[in-house]
Design a protein around this ligand. Structure first.
Ligand SMILES: Nc1ncnc2c1ncn2[C@@H]1O[C@H](COP(=O)(O)OP(=O)(O)OP(=O)(O)O)[C@@H](O)[C@H]1O
Length: 969
């Protein structure tokens, strides 16, 4: 405690209503103690005014762990755990606090002794609590210990005095079932009875007991000293003061505070030394100790001797001279030892006396302290009573609060349950809300997308509308362009039509000029190919124009291609114009060349005809070809080759035939074998084909085309192959087709070819039959009589009346004609057996040619005659109709021979009119005619004589010179 002046003590205590007498050394301590107590009360008052860190002015009993356990509350909160932790201070901590307090008190006492501090040893040191706003307020030693970092034991809200708190804690501990308040901690939050306080309480109790004993005259200072020996110094001082006050109050007048303090210091010093010695610490021996030792007597000496560390280690002490065993004879030494021992005992005796004095002073002091404690105890008891009452009220309130708390707990649980329910519902609602929100967000996004799409669609629609407007405008422009193009196309078409007309004209001109031959013809053909190329170009141009029209229909997408095609077409048009101009110039050149070529061609054609005619004349205007047919399958003897005829021999140059025959074989007499050799213009053996035969005839056919009268007839006995040679099978595709169909093929083909040279031919065909010197039209069913009239005597031109002439233009027409003739012939054959062999058939083709280029004309007649069988009727023994037929045949054939002979003999009268046959062929025999006679020979040996006869007749005809033929114009 700080030193307080007497004036200050007087002022404060007077202010508090205390009557203050004279302050002496004895009363100062009492006044100071009272002063301290008043300060503490002021502290509490100030703290109550300022408010403690703990807001609750009173501890809530329900907050105690014990009560909490009784109420079985819910788990502690963090604040409660923290408060709980402040009550469960470990024992080590408590000991440390006590030891600290003891040490501090002892230090205080020592300080007071050393500094002659007038502060009484029992005075509680005042420290400042800097952790509190009222840090200037002095606190007790407990607070100071707490301030030094020792865990807080005292709640700031209950700033009571240590004794009050001790009593209260004891009571609370008893209520809480605590039997040893010293060892246990109070469970009241904010109220903690420290071990020091508990021990203080115990000591107070012991002091009260001692006081009681003292009151009963049983003052036992030693016992009190023993009891107080373990108390801290300030308590002992307090006891001494109390004892002194008690003595004072009892009327003792012989003690004062100074003597008491001196004794107390001495006893404390001795007690400390004893405790130090008990702890084995060397005890410093003061001068007073040295003086005191001899007073102690034998026990003290023994103690001094028995103490292993005191006498030997004390410097200058009795045992400092060393423990030396003296010899028996060392009387002087022994006397010296006895003297020393005496001195020590004397000192011990004085010490004991002083100790007794001190103890008496202590007892007085304790008595004073006891009185003070008693007063305080009474006050505390009254406080305890009031506190107990308050506590019972608090307990009642606590019970009520507990009940309310239970209800609140139940209500809380219900609310918690409802809260949980509400929370779940809220969570569910939140989930629904979040889902709805997300859906709304999606819907909003979709709406945004739709709006964007709509905006885009609107923009696209606007663009489309703009494009549509542009397209319409563009279409209008395109329509204009199309119109222009159409006009251009029409112009182009007009130009093309003009060009076509020009081309047609050119072609017509070209056709006129096609009469020429050779290089000019080739050049012309190339030009035509070039024209065709140009035509194809024109066609492609037309196709392109068509494509352009279609392209224009597509408008927007094909404008570029249309323009490209347009430009392309323009280029093509320019090219075509260029080509056309080139062509026109070429055509002009060609026209000139063509005129030259045409002249040359016509001249060449004339030359060719002339040469051809010359050749034919050189060959002879009447030629005789011999043809021997092969054996028929029905005629062949087994193993005999069909093409080998034993009695015949054919020359190597195809112009000779030798036929062996027995001559003179009569009535069993063998005849002589005679070789009958005949020379003809050409001899066809059995191996020669129809094609071979026609190859030698085609020149005459060409002569007919050139405007000559040609007559080819077949002569021979029945079955020798005349019809086969002249007509063959009526099948235009057969390889065995005869001269008539092949000649027709040639004239049509040549007529087409000559058309290039300007020749335009008209072919008129008729087919007659001469049977029994009567003419029959084989292509007409008319029964009108056919007459032969001589139209021009000089030219021997005859006209056949009532005969049907058909214009034939192709082989098909001829084929139809032959079929019809064959049919009519068959019908006639049913009426007259073997009529076909008994009649002459004459196929006549009138060829009328006109050259459009030079105006030349030509008329030729091609007579193809299949004569009746030439066999001798006399030999056959025919009669009746057969005879008549034979006679008619013989007549006609004889007359034919006669005409030939007359022509050979160059008679002025040629007997054409003697037979229908010669009359019909009068303009084709002799003079202006070219005649070819096939003499057909049967391979059969039995027909040898007839064959020889035929060959002889043919040989006779072959000698006929018909003279130079003239072309019909
Ligand atoms: N060169 C030949 N090659 C093959 N067969 C032939 C040849 N010549 C004629 N024949 C055949 O001989 C037969 C008689 O011929 P074809 O009828 O032509 O004789 P023909 O002289 O005309 O008789 P007819 O006077 O009775 O008319 C026919 O079957 C015919 O096919």
């Amino acid at each position: 405690m700080e030193n307080v002046s007497d004036q200050e003590l007087r002022r404060l205590l007077s202010a508090k209503g205390h009557s203050i007498g004279p302050i002496t050394n004895t009363t100062r301590s009492i006044y100071q103690k009272l002063y301290t107590k008043l300060l503490e009360e002021e502290d509490r008052a100030i703290e109550v005014k300022l408010g403690s860190p703990i807001q609750s002015p009173k501890p809530d009993p329900a907050d105690t762990p014990v009560l909490r356990n009784k109420l079985k509350r819910s788990p502690l909160t963090d604040d409660e755990k923290l408060s709980e932790a402040t009550f469960s201070v470990p024992e080590e901590k408590k000991k440390k606090v006590d030891e600290e307090e003891v040490r501090e008190d002892r230090d205080d006492i020592n300080d007071n002794n050393n500094n002659n501090n007038p502060t009484p040893p029992h005075h509680t040191p005042i420290i400042r609590d800097t952790s509190h706003p009222t840090s200037n307020i002095p606190t007790t030693g407990l607070n100071r210990a707490r301030f030094r970092g020792i865990p807080t034991y005292v709640a700031p809200s209950l700033r009571r005095s240590t004794i009050e708190r001790t009593a209260l804690s004891k009571k609370l501990a008893e209520e809480a079932g605590e039997t040893n308040p010293k060892k246990s901690s109070l469970r009241v939050p904010g109220v903690r009875v420290t071990e020091t306080s508990a021990s203080l309480k115990t000591k107070i109790d012991a002091a009260e007991k001692a006081e009681t004993k003292q009151t009963r005259g049983l003052s036992n200072t030693n016992k009190l000293n023993v009891t107080m020996g373990s108390t801290p110094g300030y308590m002992r001082a307090t006891s001494s003061t109390l004892k002194k006050d008690s003595k004072k109050d009892a009327g003792s007048k012989k003690t004062d505070m100074n003597s008491t303090r001196t004794r107390m210091r001495r006893s404390i010093r001795l007690a400390a030394r004893r405790s130090i010695r008990r702890a084995g610490q060397p005890t410093p021996v003061t001068k007073r100790d040295k003086d005191y030792i001899p007073k102690v007597g034998g026990s003290a000496i023994r103690k001094a001797k028995d103490t292993p560390s005191a006498a030997p280690k004390s410097k200058g002490g009795p045992a400092a001279s060393g423990k030396k065993k003296r010899a028996p004879w060392d009387v002087k030494g022994r006397l010296e030892d006895v003297t020393n021992l005496y001195s020590a005992l004397k000192v011990e005796k004085e010490d004991m006396e002083e100790k007794m004095t001190d103890l008496e002073a202590d007892v007085e002091q304790k008595t004073e302290d006891l009185e003070i404690l008693k007063i305080e105890n009474d006050k505390l008891k009254s406080d305890l009573t009031s506190t107990t009452e308050q506590l019972s009220e608090v307990n009642m309130k606590c019970h009520e609060q507990q009940f309310k708390l239970d209800e609140a707990v139940v209500e809380r649980n219900e609310k918690v349950a409802s809260y949980e329910r509400v929370k779940r519902e809220r969570d569910e609602l939140e989930e629904d809300f979040s889902r709805t929100k997300s859906k709304m967000r999606e819907a909003e996004n979709r709406a945004d997308d739709l709006e964007r799409d709509l905006r885009r669609a609107n923009n696209a629609r606007e663009e489309v509308e703009e494009n549509l407007a542009k397209s319409k405008k563009h279409v209008g422009e395109l329509d204009d362009k199309i119109e222009e193009l159409k006009q251009d196309i029409e112009k182009l078409n007009t130009t093309i039509a003009n060009k076509d007309s020009k081309i047609c004209e050119i072609e017509r001109i070209l056709e006129k000029e096609r009469g020429e031959k050779g290089d000019v013809h080739n050049v012309l053909r190339r030009k035509e190919e070039h024209i065709e190329h140009l035509d194809s170009k024109i066609a492609s141009l037309e196709k392109t124009i068509k494509d352009l029209n279609e392209t224009v229909a597509e408008k927007n997408n094909k404008i570029d291609s249309l323009e490209g095609n347009l430009s392309k077409e323009q280029r093509n048009h320019r090219d075509i114009n260029r080509v056309l101009s080139d062509r026109e110039s070429q055509i002009c050149d060609l026209d000139q060349k063509l005129a030259v070529c045409t002249e040359r061609l016509l001249a060449g054609e004339k030359l060719r005809r002339k040469l051809h005619n010359t050749i034919q004349e050189l060959k002879g205007n009447i030629r005789v070809y011999c043809r021997v047919r092969p054996f028929l399958s029905s005629e062949v003897i087994t193993g005999q080759p069909t093409h080998e005829i034993p009695q015949m021999d054919f020359g190597k140059d195809n112009s000779n035939i030798t036929i062996s025959s027995l001559q003179g074989e009569k009535l069993g007499r063998k005849g002589e074998l005679l070789n009958n050799s005949f020379n003809f213009d050409h001899v066809f053996g059995p191996r020669h084909t129809q094609e071979d035969t026609f190859a030698e005839v085609s020149g005459l056919v060409q002569s007919a085309l050139d405007g000559y009268n040609v007559c080819i007839f077949a002569y021979g006995q029945t079955g020798s192959g005349k019809t086969h040679t002249m007509q063959g099978p009526i099948d235009p595709t057969s390889e065995y087709r005869g001269i008539i169909p092949r000649a027709m093929e040639q004239v049509f083909k040549t007529g087409e070819e000559m058309a290039d040279q300007g020749w335009n031919y008209v072919f008129t065909a008729s087919f007659l039959e001469i049977y029994n010197e009567n003419l029959h039209d084989l292509i007409s069913s008319s029964d009108s009589k056919i007459e032969i009239k001589l139209v021009n005597e000089k030219s021997r031109e005859v006209e056949v009346t009532n005969v049907k002439s058909i214009i034939v233009q192709n082989c098909y027409d001829v084929h139809e004609l032959l079929l019809k003739a064959n049919k009519n012939r068959t019908v006639a054959a049913t009426k007259c057996n073997e009529r076909s062999s008994r009649s002459h058939s004459v196929f006549r083709l009138k060829i009328e040619g006109k050259n459009t280029k030079n105006g030349d004309t030509c008329v030729g007649n091609l007579n193809l005659v299949d004569l009746a069988g030439s066999e001798r009727v006399a030999h056959s023994g025919s009669t009746g109709q057969r005879l008549k037929e034979a006679q008619a045949i013989n007549t006609s054939l004889s007359e034919l021979g006669n005409v030939m002979m007359a022509l050979q003999e160059k008679k002025t009268h040629i007997p054409y009119r003697n037979s229908k046959l010669t009359y019909l062929l009068c303009n084709s025999l002799g003079g202006n005619s070219k005649t070819l006679m096939f003499v057909n020979v049967s391979p059969l040996d039995k027909h040898t004589n007839e064959s020889i006869n035929s060959l002889r007749f043919a040989s006779k005809v072959n000698k006929v010179d018909l003279g130079t033929a003239k072309k019909n114009k």
